[in-house]
Every structure is written in structure tokens, then in C-alpha cells.
Design a protein around this ligand. Structure first.
Ligand SMILES: CC(=O)SCCNC(=O)CCNC(=O)[C@H](O)C(C)(C)COP(=O)(O)OP(=O)(O)OC[C@H]1O[C@@H](n2cnc3c(N)ncnc32)[C@H](O)[C@@H]1OP(=O)(O)O
Ligand SMILES: O=C([O-])CC(=O)C(=O)O
Length: 447
């Protein structure tokens, strides 16, 4: 039993070996390693060990942990604002170590250049690359499941379609999709894999159909012989895309597919850890991705580029924002310090596509912004920065940029949802109470 008594006495020799790191502090910033009494220090260590063991965190990094000593001997863990630095789960899907991103151990630089999006989907869901027949089967299943129930498409026409953001429409449509899946509540492995295929396939149709219906155009049915990236562009425009467009779009899908425990993936895991269904998990994740501090930033980057308008205006626009402490969208990251490894691939794609269209100004403005923000604030661009000029160059409506992020990231959400189901425990942290002390109820006439 993992009670404090057994940890303190049973692990006594261990306690002598454990060092309380300097950054384990109480709320006043006092280092617990400097607690006067040995018994106090041992108690702090025991609480740390108990916390680690009951959290099943094998490798909890003893950094940035704050603890509150709320009553004599009782130490409560808390963390930095926004859970920065907290390791909240274990996962074998993707990792960010020393600013290197890998999917199942494959460097993103390798995958961005070599992999198709479908291969990446398979990799994330099965933790290995597919063989030829397995890839062919996945492609077949995706193409066969792209059609969405007509009730869902018809429902778009009932939205205030010109006023709603496509991310809000997608959030509702995915939820609605669940109502038309007879296996939505079936939690068997087989049914969950079926839902994974359906969600991955139908998200592309939902986004492209919404993009067309709001312009008064009919949705375009997918072509079985096209891959996922090409089919998306075909369903959006009604024309088979050029090779360079497919290459760019496939690369963008690969780069956005998964990213460890980002906000939307965490949201999906929290949701399904209650043993809720996959449609609920993905709907919740879409809500989290929508915000401009996360996936919504790519649309905001394009808005900024349009506002700036030309290269000459970059310097004054950006400096004015920085002087007023306004965040520049597409820069900064919670985890990367030296830079987001995905950005260089999108930068290169942005250069090629803008040149091809004779619209180099978007790329030139972007590099100038990067120079200033990196120079002034030491903040490198993230995945959202150059994806904006890439999607713009592919003639995609700006408010579809974030839904496209979702079309790719649903592959990662699903991988994490399946991983959560496979080794589930309810995710339920604690809050440090900061409200008033005990109060007595006062009847309404006496308040
Ligand atoms: C796919 C993705 O989700 S990638 C991220 C997409 N989001 C964006 O691009 C939005 C812009 N960037 C940001 O808001 C942040 O950098 C985040 C949300 C990505 C990371 O946030 P956090 O780790 O919480 O950093 P936080 O917001 O606390 O910023 C730390 C400091 O850097 C500054 N900073 C961070 N990002 C930026 C930025 N883009 N522009 C200007 N200053 C910034 C903050 O103002 C803050 O400064 P201060 O300490 O002087 O107050
Ligand atoms: O990891 C994050 O916090 C955000 C991000 O870059 C992503 O989700 O791709």
C-alpha cells in the first residue's frame, strides 16, 4: 500500500539517497531542500515519491515543481501556470526531445521529405510503417469511407453559413456525424478502429463540402484512385490538383499530424479517459484546436500578412506590435526553444509556391517578419507561420486553414485516443484552492 507511513519507513534508505532539487519550492519560493529538519525534508521527499508512484509516472522530471505546505506535514503538489513542464502521461506516439520531433521514432525531417500522409496515419495508429498491401488497404478504406450521411451535408444549409466560422461548423458536424454512426457507442477495438477510419476519411469531406456549400456550390465526390491529399484538393476545387500542389499539401498534412501532448490532443485524452466515445473526443479536440493560441494561429498569420500588405510596411507594423506587447501570431512555442523543426519545411514550400505564382511578396514579408521577431524577441516561427502563405498560395480560403490542420491532426488525436483506451485511467488533477476560508450560510434576507 502506498501510504505515507510505508513510504517514509519502507523506503527510508531510498529517501537518504534522493536529493530534493533546488527548484522544488513552496509557494513563497522557499527551497524545500533547505528545510531545517531532516524529518521535514524526508517528508517532502516521501510526498514526491508518493505523487510519482500514484501518478504512475515512471520518469517524472523533478523540475519546476511547486509544492504547498498547507498544514503541518501535508505537502500538496502544484505546478507552474498552464501546466508548463508537467509530464502528464506516457505515450509511444510522438516525442519532442531537444527540439527534435519524431513520430514513433522517425524524425519529422525524414517523414516530411519521404512519407505520404497515409503512411503517417498508419504509423501513428499502428506504431510501425505499413507494408505495401497494408498501405493499399488503408488507402482503399479511406477512399471508401469519405462519403458523409446526406443529413450531415444538408445540415450545413441550415447554419447561418456565411457568419459561422468553419471550425465551429466542423465541430458541430463531427458531433452530428456520431449520431449517424450505429457503432458510435460500441467500445470494442474493432468498432473503434472502424470509427478511426470513418473520422479520418469524412473530416476531409466535411471541410471541403462546407467550403463549397457556403459559396452556393455542390459538394464534389472523392475519386477512389486519388490519394488523401489529392482528394482533399479535388473535393475542394472540383479540379484535379497539379503535382506541386499535391506535394505541398501532403507535406503540410504530414507535418501537422501529431505533436505529443499539445492542447487539443490533451483535450481528446481527457475526454475519452472518462470512457466517452471517439466522436466526443474528436469534437472536444476540435474545440481546443480552434483557438488562436493553438491551431487558430495559422489563419491569424494570414490576416496579419494581409493587414501589412507590402514589404515596406513590415518593419513599422511588427515593431509597433512588439512595443505594445502584442503577440505576433505564428511565433513562440511552449516546448521548442531553438525552433520548431516543421517550420523550415513550410518555409521552403512557401518560397517555391509563391515564386511559382509570381507572388513572392508573401514569402518575402514572412522572412522579414521572422528576422525582426527572432532578432528582437528570440522567438522562432512555429508550424503555423509559413503554413499560412503555403495554403494561401494553394488558393485555399483563409478561414479553412485551421480546419485543414484538424483534417491532419485528427490522425494524431485518434492515435492518442486509442492509446488512452488501451491503458486507461481517469484524468483528474487537483486545483489549489484560492477562495475564501470556511463561511457560514446566511439566509437571503440577512445578506
Ligand atoms: C500549432 C500550435 O499550436 S503552435 C502555437 C501557435 N500559436 C501562436 O502562434 C500564437 C502566438 N504564440 C503564443 O501565444 C505563445 O508563444 C504560445 C501560446 C505558442 C506559447 O505560450 P507560452 O509558453 O504560454 O508563452 P507565454 O505566452 O507565457 O509567453 C512567454 C513570453 O514570451 C512572449 N511571447 C510569446 N509568444 C510571443 C509572440 N508570438 N509574440 C510576441 N511575444 C511572445 C510573451 O509575451 C511572454 O512575454 P513576457 O514574459 O514578457 O510576458
Ligand atoms: O505542441 C503544441 O503545443 C502546439 C503545436 O505545435 C502543435 O500542436 O502542433
Amino acid at each position: 500500500m502506498l501510504d505515507m507511513h510505508s513510504i517514509r519507513w519502507g523506503f527510508k534508505p531510498l529517501l537518504n539517497q534522493v536529493k530534493l532539487p533546488a527548484d522544488v519550492t513552496d509557494f513563497e519560493g522557499n527551497q524545500l531542500s533547505k528545510l531545517n529538519s531532516k524529518s521535514g525534508r524526508n517528508h517532502a521527499k516521501a510526498r514526491l515519491i508518493q505523487f510519482i508512484m500514484t501518478s504512475r509516472l515512471a520518469t517524472f522530471p523533478f523540475v519546476g515543481i511547486k509544492v504547498a505546505i498547507l498544514e503541518e506535514g501535508a505537502i500538496y503538489m502544484t505546478t507552474t501556470k498552464g501546466l508548463e513542464g508537467v509530464v502528464a502521461t506516457q505515450s509511444a506516439i510522438s516525442s519532442i526531445i531537444d527540439d527534435t520531433l519524431t513520430y514513433v521514432g522517425y524524425d519529422i525531417d525524414d517523414l516530411a521529405v519521404n512519407a505520404s500522409f497515409e503512411e503517417v496515419v498508419y504509423l501513428l495508429w499502428h506504431q510501425r510503417l505499413p507494408k505495401e498491401d497494408e498501405l493499399a488497404e488503408l488507402k482503399k478504406q479511406l477512399a471508401a469511407n469519405m462519403a458523409v450521411p446526406k443529413e450531415v451535408l444538408e445540415s450545413f444549409k441550415t447554419y447561418p453559413i456565411n457568419d459561422v466560422h468553419p471550425m465551429a461548423a466542423l465541430r458541430t458536424a463531427v458531433s452530428l456525424l456520431g449520431l449517424y454512426d450505429e457503432n458510435a457507442e460500441d467500445m470494442s477495438e474493432e468498432a473503434n478502429y472502424g470509427k478511426a477510419i470513418k473520422l479520418q476519411a469524412k473530416m476531409a469531406t466535411l471541410v471541403t463540402a462546407f467550403g463549397r456549400i457556403r459559396k452556393g456550390l455542390e459538394p464534389v465526390a472523392p475519386k477512389e484512385e486519388l490519394g488523401y491529399a489529392a482528394n482533399f484538393m479535388y473535393m475542394l476545387t472540383g479540379e484535379e490538383p497539379k503535382e506541386i500542389a499535391v506535394e505541398a499539401f501532403n507535406k503540410a498534412l504530414v507535418l501537422h499530424a501529431d505533436h505529443e501532448l499539445n492542447a487539443s490532443t490533451f483535450t481528446a485524452r481527457v475526454c475519452v479517459a472518462t470512457l466517452s466515445d471517439m466522436y466526443s473526443g474528436v469534437t472536444a479536440a476540435i474545440g481546443a484546436l480552434k483557438g488562436p493560441l493553438h491551431g487558430g494561429a495559422n489563419e491569424q498569420v494570414m490576416k496579419m500578412l494581409m493587414e501589412i500588405g507590402s514589404e515596406e510596411n513590415v518593419e513599422s507594423y511588427i515593431r509597433e506590435k512588439l512595443d505594445n506587447k502584442v503577440k505576433i501570431m505564428g511565433f513562440g512555442h511552449r516546448v521548442y526553444r531553438k525552433g520548431d523543426p516543421r517550420a523550415k519545411h513550410l518555409r521552403e514550400m512557401s518560397k517555391r509556391l509563391t515564386e511559382l505564382r509570381g507572388e513572392e511578396k508573401w514569402y518575402n514579408m514572412s522572412t522579414k517578419i521572422e528576422e525582426i521577431v527572432t532578432g528582437e524577441k528570440n522567438l522562432p516561427p512555429n508550424v503555423d507561420f509559413y503554413s499560412a502563405s503555403v495554403y494561401h498560395s494553394l488558393d485555399i480560403d483563409h478561414d479553412l486553414f485551421t480546419p485543414i490542420f484538424a483534417v491532419s491532426r485528427v490522425s494524431g488525436w485518434i492515435a492518442h485516443i486509442l492509446e488512452q483506451y488501451a491503458n486507461n485511467r481517469l484524468i483528474r488533477p487537483r486545483a489549489e484552492y484560492t477562495g475564501p476560508g470556511m463561511q457560514k450560510y446566511v439566509s437571503i434576507e440577512n445578506r
